[in-house]
Design a protein around this ligand. Structure first.
Ligand code: GDP
Ligand code: MG
Length: 301
């Protein structure tokens, strides 16, 4: 189904300072011949995925709300501006009744057939104090579905960032601890070694979708630490795209084939068989050619 690409009118809703920054960032992408960006938004239900999409687009395009039943299917919103097309794919939460919902993930995969994912926004909340086994299960499920490569284009997005930290912690202390905890769970679930993570770290961005978000003198929405978060988020998105690495093209094989992380492992038995046959060839040569008269003596003294 071809989705309708509308003019990105919502960008004009942003204060002038944000608009200037966003256009500059889109200009950086166009300079590198990136004219389309497809962003996939995933995470648990109720963490602020749809609200974050609405915040980026600058319009209330997808339903978001505490008592809002989630749309059961993914939806792609496309907007274009000065020859640049932004696609954002909102997805239903990946958890149901305390478990990762494999059917929801399957539905997302099928929706993505023949699409290219440039960036993955993995959304969670900043004001939740612990990560648990379920978080790890979700990351593993995403990794199994799309391959660990997807995390090279991944950003951890933490919503509800206008909050007061508990236990007398400063905002900086609290937000960096919570971000580090979520990023760690992602790194581990993505099977990323520490050295790999050092080369291509997974960035995190704090977000406050609420209408009551504080603003600076330029009318931009800011976090308690003063960061204008909309341009910060878009900047991180452009940086991760320009950092290089492959976008993920979702083909039939990715959807129906084996776990993309296991694909290479299919060659292991083949390689082993090859090595064993080589060994026997050498052994045969050794017995018959190199030492034609005394093989047994050497082998069975
Ligand atoms: P989704 O299920 O992940 O798509 O979450 P929604 O975007 O529908 O958000 C769930 C609820 O959280 C809604 O009531 C939103 O208004 C609220 N919400 C989302 N993001 C934020 C945020 O950054 N700050 C605050 N205060 N509320 C948020
Ligand atoms: Mg939603």
């Amino acid at each position: 189904m071809a989705s309708l690409v509308r003019e990105w009118a919502g960008i004009q809703q942003f204060p002038a300072a944000t608009q200037t920054k966003l256009l500059e960032l889109l200009g950086n992408l166009k300079q590198e011949n990136v004219n389309t960006l497809t962003i996939l938004v995933m995470g648990k239900g109720g963490v602020g995925k749809s609200s974050t999409l609405n915040s980026i687009i600058g319009e209330r395009v997808v339903a978001a709300g505490a008592f809002q039943a989630e749309a059961p299917r993914p939806v792609m919103i496309s907007r274009s501006r000065a020859g640049f097309t932004l696609n954002i794919i909102d997805t239903p939460g990946l958890v149901e009744a305390g478990y990762v919902n494999d059917q929801a993930l399957d539905l997302i995969k099928r929706f993505l057939l023949n699409k290219t994912i440039d960036v993955l926004l993995y959304v969670d909340r900043l004001d939740v104090y612990r990560v648990d086994n379920l978080d790890s299960q979700i990351v593993k499920a995403i990794t199994n579905a799309f391959g660990k490569q997807i995390w090279r284009r991944g950003i951890v997005v933490l919503t509800h960032a206008q909050m007061s930290p508990p236990d007398g912690l400063s905002y900086e202390e609290y937000s960096s601890k919570r971000s580090a905890a979520v990023v760690k769970v992602v790194r581990q679930g993505a099977q990323m070694k520490k050295s790999e993570f050092k080369r291509t770290p997974i960035p995190h961005v704090l977000v406050e979708n609420s209408g009551r978000c504080n603003k600076n003198e330029s009318d931009e929405k800011i976090l308690p630490n003063g960061t204008a978060w909309i341009s910060d988020l878009v900047q991180t998105i452009t940086e991760i795209v320009l950092r290089g690495g492959q976008s993920i093209f979702v083909d039939k094989e990715l959807i129906e084939g084996p776990n993309p992380n296991e694909r290479g492992k299919l060659f292991i038995p083949l390689l082993l068989a090859f090595q064993v046959s080589y060994f026997f060839k050498d052994f045969y040569l050794y017995c018959n050619v190199i030492t034609p008269f005394a093989p047994q003596k050497k082998l069975y003294p």
